[in-house]
Write a protein that binds this ligand. Structure first.
Ligand SMILES: CC(C)(COP(=O)(O)OP(=O)(O)OC[C@H]1O[C@@H](n2cnc3c(N)ncnc32)[C@H](O)[C@@H]1OP(=O)(O)O)[C@@H](O)C(=O)NCCC(=O)NCCS
Length: 166
């Protein structure tokens, strides 16, 4: 059963969520925990992101903050696209929250974005995030080297969803 998730815009009061996401278990496939200064930069970036450049949201399950998701512009293989990424707090994992949020974020891009291709780039050895892509209806294009985290390269799956086909 799909859990009743809602997306609400990231707010100034959500800085603490970044600390919760920064645990070693949550960042194992993202290059590891970031220093506090990087989290502050990330928070400021999230607050300044507006459509059609992108948007960040808190994922709500009922009234509880269960995670985050967003979409942002990047140039990929010389084309302007949107990238998406997600995180769900350990207490809410394994209930379909990320997959439901990923479907919801495609609806947001369809409504407020200007590009139709939404890509996700989970590490090839991240079963949960690759399963989220599959369940949310993304199509696997193949393996790519992606420049992440800054200064290094990660072998990732390139998944795409076309919001014109929703
Ligand atoms: C990846 C993450 C968001 C998944 O969140 P979640 O809410 O638990 O995911 P869901 O419950 O929606 O699961 C979706 C699918 O993933 C599968 N899945 C979940 N955890 C899994 C695991 N550890 N191993 C394999 N598959 C897994 C589920 O079985 C489900 O598959 P199904 O739809 O075929 O049944 C969560 O583990 C997380 O926040 N991790 C840390 C941050 C992170 O790595 N973000 C992604 C960056 S690319």
């Amino acid at each position: 059963m799909t859990p009743p998730v809602r997306l609400r815009p990231w707010s100034g009061a959500d800085r603490d969520l970044l600390d919760a996401f920064n645990a070693p278990s949550m960042t194992a496939h993202l290059g590891g925990p970031e220093p506090s200064s990087k989290l502050a930069e990330r928070h400021a970036r999230y607050l300044a992101l507006y459509p059609p450049a992108g948007a960040m949201y808190v994922v709500l399950l009922g009234e509880e903050r269960a995670g985050s998701i967003g979409w942002w512009e990047r140039v990929w293989r010389e084309e302007p696209i949107y990238e998406t990424g997600w995180a769900v707090l350990p207490a809410f994992q394994g209930r379909g929250v990320a997959a439901a949020a990923a479907r919801a974020v495609l609806g947001e891009v369809a409504a407020y974005g200007t590009h139709s291709a939404v890509h996700a780039f989970p590490s090839v050895d991240h079963p949960a995030s690759n399963a989220v892509c599959r369940t949310a209806g993304f199509v696997l294009l193949g393996e790519r080297d992606v420049g992440y985290p800054p200064g290094s390269t990660m072998r990732c799956h390139d998944w795409v969803a076309d919001v014109r086909r929703l």
